[in-house]
Design a protein around this ligand. Structure first.
Ligand code: FRU
Length: 492
């Protein structure tokens, strides 16, 4: 199964990363979120268990703070909180992937770690038009070095139903089931909107097209990127990241969004039947999530904490892009809920709890502050119509999290969070009505705020660029509120 040893392109990227980490002046990085070592990162890739360790790869362009020819960067962890940097795993160095090694996944097969990715090739046709060709490719490794297979590409778009696109065929998510490897991959159907194709193999080399498991029919955006497909709590879940969504009220926002489709699945006939469709994260920065199964059978999701429509980093940073906190998933009443990975609790320091019988107007609490922290504020009673928490407050800056009790709407607002660019600052989400009670958990890690409402019923993630010293937290209400607050600093 030999082919490309460490090619010139891969060697160059590895050396560049090594040097940059030793010598380049870069902006401080978050402490427990995976961030670009140097240059640009986007989607999480290859989130998987291999020989007992958790590996995560990502779309990576080390040489610039902007997207470019895609490599795969690599980190690993034993607890999802502390990550170890590894050398670059893949570089675009073959005829079939010279324009980029796009997103994909990883799985363990016969003691090897296999990466499934999309090779992107560009050609000029007879009329001088540029043609993009996307195919599915494999690389086999030991958790450190990976070699592309000499039979690549292993799946080409001719195998798709008639009329499917050859240019939009990407992001394979593979898993092992019994003696077979299954793989779902995004593509565009004849009607130009997304479809998710299922393939199967018994040996890595020969891949058979099985079926289309679900199809957009121009209802939810256009191309469906980065699919994931798994069983969870007795239901089947399909995650997709649609492009060009028109949006639908408060539940599904426009642009590049993420969707969770819950349904049932006949594993013999490969029939997937949709039951519910909802947004995965209603915040401003979350895309292309991918999941893995832990040794103790927890389904964990991680996403790219950014949006294609809002590039926020500046060149001076030296690095650009980070992942969300890994999140534990469950299905409750047919809906996906998500909560931060429990291992974060190992890193709790300086914890404080406050039980507030009644407060009106505004309030600050001793020990409740921080930019590397995990706070839960639970309103357990009161008479009010709006309750807000301002996090990352400095002299002028703050990031506002507001619950509108009458409308049952939760709003995040980063308009005063240190941006000098004209970026989208507000997003709102419907939340369940518990008669004025609400539980708000906010995880902060330098440049990010991730909010989990009512034990994970909703998640809203966003980047903020407030200076690090802005660490105060303030509570506001227009009536009176009875609440409990639990605050932990995170120390890595
Ligand atoms: C999603 C995506 C994928 C693609 C990758 C390229 O964010 O567009 O579809 O493989 O990014 O970097």
């Amino acid at each position: 199964m030999k082919t490309t040893r460490c090619t010139v392109q891969l060697q160059k990227a590895r050396e560049y990363q090594d040097q940059a980490l030793k010598t380049m002046k870069m902006a401080k990085k978050p402490s427990f979120h995976v961030a670009a070592p140097v240059g640009w990162i986007n989607d999480p890739n290859g989130f998987s268990l291999y020989q007992g360790e958790v590996h995560l790869f990502y779309q990576y362009h080390p040489y610039e703070y902007l997207w470019g020819p895609m490599h795969w960067g690599h980190v690993k962890t034993s607890d999802f909180i502390r990550w170890e940097q590894l050398p670059v795993a893949l570089a675009p160095d073959q005829a079939y992937d010279h324009f980029g090694c796009f997103s994909g996944s990883a799985f363990e097969w016969k003691d090897k770690h296999v990466l499934a990715y999309t090779g992107v090739d560009k050609k000029i046709d007879e009329d001088g038009n540029e043609i993009v060709l996307q195919t599915q490719c494999l690389a086999v490794g030991d958790g450190y070095d990976y070699e592309k297979m000499d039979v690549n590409p292993v799946i080409t778009p001719e195998t798709l139903p008639k009329g499917s696109s050859f240019s939009d065929f990407r992001d394979p998510k593979a898993w092992v089931e019994g003696d077979s490897i299954y793989l779902v991959v995004g593509s565009r159907a004849e009607d130009t909107s997304g479809q998710i194709a299922l393939y199967r193999s018994k040996n890595l080399y020969d891949w058979e097209y099985v079926t289309i498991v679900d199809q957009c029919n121009n209802q939810y955006g256009k191309m469906w990127e980065c699919p994931d497909f798994f069983e969870l709590d007795g239901k089947q879940v399909l995650l997709v990241s649609p492009q060009e969504m028109k949006g639908g009220g408060l539940d599904i926002h426009n642009g590049n969004a993420t969707l969770c489709i819950v349904g049932s699945y006949d594993t013999k006939k490969h029939d997937f039947l949709r039951e519910t469709v909802s947004s995965i994260d209603n915040g401003l920065d979350f895309y292309a999530p991918q999941t893995m199964l832990t040794k103790d059978h927890r389904r964990i999701m991680i996403g790219w904490m950014e949006s294609w429509d809002n590039h926020l980093y500046t060149k001076e940073f030296g690095w650009s892009g980070m992942m969300s906190i890994p999140r534990e998933l469950h299905i409750v009443n047919g809906k996906m809920i998500q909560n931060p990975i429990r291992e974060i609790e190992k890193y709790y320091r300086d914890s404080v709890c406050h039980s507030i019988g009644r407060f009106e107007g505004s309030l600050e609490l001793s020990g409740v502050k921080g930019r590397s922290s995990d706070m839960t504020a639970e309103v357990i009673g009161g008479e009010y119509s709006e309750f807000s928490i301002h996090v990352a407050c400095g002299k002028e800056e703050y990031t506002r999290l507001t619950y509108d009790r009458r409308k049952h709407i939760f709003e995040i607002d980063r308009e005063n969070s240190g941006f000098t660019k004209d970026v989208i600052g507000l997003r709102r989400s419907k939340v369940s009505d518990y008669q004025g009670k609400i539980k708000i958990r906010a995880i902060l890690d330098l440049y990010s705020v991730e909010v989990f409402i009512n034990d994970g019923e909703q998640a809203l993630s966003m980047l903020v660029f407030t200076p690090e010293e802005a660490e105060r937290i303030e509570f506001y209400t227009d009536g009176y509120v009875q609440m409990e607050v639990e605050m932990h600093q995170i120390q890595i």
